[in-house]
Write a protein that binds this ligand. Structure first.
Ligand code: SF4
Length: 338
């Protein structure tokens, strides 16, 4: 374990001031990822700025019919909040598919967005990793890459984003509220995380010295026709090989609006507007869903050991859209895949 200073922020402005004054500092809330990274010597902050007591724990309705979620709301509280259960069950199901009950009790909403990849080489300081040490190389390319990305990869990094919650937030068109030295700004969720390109050490478009204060959900929650399917090596406490968040809205028998987001396949939750457009105005059947799946996976490029993910994702997309259309979502308590 490394030496570090500890400070507690008294309010959001204080937190921003503190981090601006110490570029090697890190915010800590639930600590469910950062402490692991410090134990493994991957993260070496000079200071931990404790933000866990900031007043960011409310879940409240917005004036336009949406919901604003404070960045410090624990994952469990979010999943079981009546507004989320009733209006955004896709988000609830994605959260319950992730981690363990104990971790969900500790992990914060904002921290979920900022968790880092679970690429084993990233955690192994004896191996080259561009994300941990820029310019050192990528051990996963040509190495053990069964769990790695098939979409949006680069020559520098093929890591995946590990979150389940973020896949649902992407499908729901959430927004991320942040505060920094130059004030507040709002990012579309789909713009929050980034692809690795030549700078895989940067996971998101959150600027240095900014803090996430809230996630906002729009009014539309797709509560009638949704499903979250997570396919993993074991049924609990494992990261997704492939996950799919699907949401549909109907006009009679015809699909009026469709959302599909993928997890476990890219450096960020993966959406493709062209695939969703293909579903609009179509009947909800296997042919429509297969066309959308093919579009979503059109640019997939497998590594040596993860080619199976392409067909797994294709079948998973069709299955999840079918579940959503039938109004019978994948159960997260009985995790058997129907
Ligand atoms: Fe590091 Fe990314 Fe390569 Fe994993 S895939 S070893 S995180 S550069």
């Amino acid at each position: 374990m490394i030496n570090f200073q500890y400070s507690r922020a008294s309010d959001v402005a204080d937190a921003v001031r503190m981090i601006a004054g110490d570029p090697a500092a890190k915010f800590i809330a639930g600590g469910t990822n950062l402490i692991d990274l410090m134990k493994e010597d991957v993260e070496r902050p000079t200071r931990l700025i404790d933000i866990s007591r900031l007043p960011l724990r409310k879940i409240e309705e917005t004036s336009d019919g949406g919901v604003r979620i404070g960045a410090l709301v624990p994952n469990s509280d979010l999943a079981w909040h009546p507004l989320i259960e009733q209006r955004y069950p896709l988000l609830k199901n994605a959260i319950l598919a992730g981690a363990s009950q104990q971790l969900r009790n500790m992990a914060s909403t904002g921290g979920n967005l900022l968790q880092r990849t679970r690429c084993a080489y990233f955690y192994d300081t004896a191996t080259p990793c561009n994300k941990r040490q820029p310019g050192s190389g990528c051990s996963a390319i040509g190495g053990a890459n069964r769990t790695h990305a098939i979409l949006g990869t680069s020559e520098s990094c093929i890591a995946t984003h590990p979150s389940d919650m973020c896949v649902a937030l992407s499908a729901l068109d959430a927004k991320v509220h942040v505060t920094g030295p130059s004030g507040d700004r709002v990012l579309a969720f789909t713009d929050f995380h980034r692809l690795p390109e030549s700078r895989p050490e940067i996971d998101s478009n959150l600027r240095p010295n900014e803090i996430i204060t809230a996630i906002e959900l729009p009014a539309k929650g797709f509560s009638a026709n949704y499903s979250y399917l997570k396919i993993r090596d074991r049924l609990s406490y494992a990261f997704a090989l492939v996950s799919i968040a699907a949401a549909l809205e109907f006009d009679g028998e015809t699909i009026k609006e469709a959302r599909v987001a993928l997890g476990g396949v890219a450096h960020k939750p993966w959406r493709d507007a062209a695939a969703e457009n293909l579903l609009r105005g179509q009947p909800a059947n296997q042919a429509s869903f297969a066309r959308a799946a093919d579009r979503l996976l059109r640019d997939a490029r497998p590594q040596e050991h993860n080619g199976f993910k392409i067909e797994l994702a294709r079948r998973g997309i069709v299955r999840t859209l079918t579940q959503a259309a039938q109004g019978i979502p994948q159960s997260q308590s009985d995790k058997k895949i129907r």
